[in-house]
Design a binder for this molecule. Structure first.
Ligand code: PMP
Length: 365
């Protein structure tokens, strides 16, 4: 049988492993930080009608500039909770098939062979995987106690590594750790390159909390990426986006494939954004389940880390593999993120959270 090693594959891809969160058919999937609530039925009808209208034009290539979608994303960002200091304009917005592709575009335009990107592990695993696939060197900075990242610690890493790109993740996956705007601003001041803040989980932050969008004015190297995969419950539609200076968007046009966002994706996303408040109505309930997990996991003797996202990383797990398998035997899938004595669980519906906690409680009896 042919193996990868037999192929004339790029030297820098030899020995690498692909992103591999298990996809298993389970009753309760709390492993990849999706919104576990389905899209409201009234929105499904609205999105379906929009997609159907688009199908009548599907013989033609879609709007390469996804103009209408950018207008809707800009309007959403300008009105969203954390509040931009200035409105986000359509020419400041970029979108792609999931924020993973948005991140790839950043690396293709600003990274590449001979360039390096600084990240702060443990963090979102795709940051280093996409870096590798674009030939960008990944360098790791340290975190402080409890996975926090202070301005001093982050700036020291920037000074030490002189990166072309810095990836920050706020709140951080897989730890849930919040990131202060002071750290983002300090990293920006200390660096010469692109500073990207991955805010995939921004909507789950405490209400009214300022987000990195508020730092955009006057910072032309700052990029804030978002996704409809989490709070919007739209992971299957694949729509990620970012806000930045219009010049950054021009740079991304150089690396995107023409018509990268299908007309069906654009139509579906616009229809969903027309009902943004309804799409986001489960966010409060998810925050409640996250906070419940923090309380109940502590009561069960674990050591959960404070989280501003829709998941909780908990330590104090004697044998993560055994606990993972025990939950799986009860049709509950969570995530072993490879941190010793830790597991990560997504905040699901109240019923899902209850069942997860009950199985854990009985296991510990
Ligand atoms: N960034 C972070 C921090 C994530 O956790 C994820 C998904 N797990 C993504 C980006 C990518 O999400 P998507 O491609 O679905 O937008």
């Amino acid at each position: 049988m042919t193996s990868l090693a037999d192929l004339p594959i790029r030297d820098d891809l030899r020995g690498q492993t692909p992103y591999g969160a298990p996809q298993k058919a389970v009753r309760i999937a709390l492993n990849v930080n999706e919104n576990t609530h389905p899209v409201p039925v009234e929105i499904i009808a609205h999105v379906a009608a929009a997609v159907e209208r688009e199908l009548h034009a599907v013989n033609r290539y879609p709007d390469r500039e996804f103009t209408l979608l950018r207008e809707h994303l800009a309007a959403y960002l300008s009105s969203s909770g954390g509040g931009a200091a200035a409105p986000v304009l359509p020419e400041q917005v970029w979108a792609a098939n999931g924020s993973n592709e948005v991140i790839q575009h950043i690396l293709q335009a600003f990274g590449g062979p001979g360039r390096r990107v600084l990240g702060f592990p443990p963090t979102y695993s795709m940051h280093s995987i996409i870096a590798a696939s674009t030939g960008t060197e990944w360098v790791a900075g340290d975190r402080d106690a409890g996975f926090a990242l202070s301005p001093e610690t982050a700036v020291a890493a920037v000074r030490r590594t002189d990166p072309d790109i810095v990836f920050l993740c706020a709140p951080n996956n897989p730890t849930g750790t919040p990131l202060g705007l002071d750290t983002i601003a300090a990293v920006y001041e200390a660096s010469r390159g692109i500073v990207m803040v991955d805010e995939a989980y921004a909507e789950f932050m405490p209400e009214g909390q300022p987000d990195a969008l508020s730092l955009l004015p006057g910072r032309e190297r700052l990029v804030v990426s978002r996704t409809m995969s989490k709070a919007f419950a739209f992971a299957g539609a694949r729509l990620g986006y970012l806000a930045a200076d219009p010049a950054v968007i021009d740079a991304l046009r150089l690396v995107r494939l023409p018509y990268h966002l299908s007309g069906l994706t654009q139509a579906a996303a616009v229809a969903a954004l027309e009902h943004a408040p309804t799409m986001l109505r489960t966010v409060g309930a998810i925050r409640e389940q996250r906070d419940r997990l923090l309380v109940e996991l502590t009561r069960l003797g674990y050591d959960p880390h404070d989280s501003w996202a829709n998941f909780v990383l908990f330590g104090g797990v004697a044998d993560p593999h055994a606990t993972f398998e025990h939950l799986l035997a009860h049709d509950i899938l969570i995530r072993d993120v490879g941190l010793p004595n830790h597991l990560r669980v997504t905040a699901g519906t109240p019923a899902e959270t209850t069942e997860f906690l009950d199985v854990l409680a009985r296991m510990n009896q």
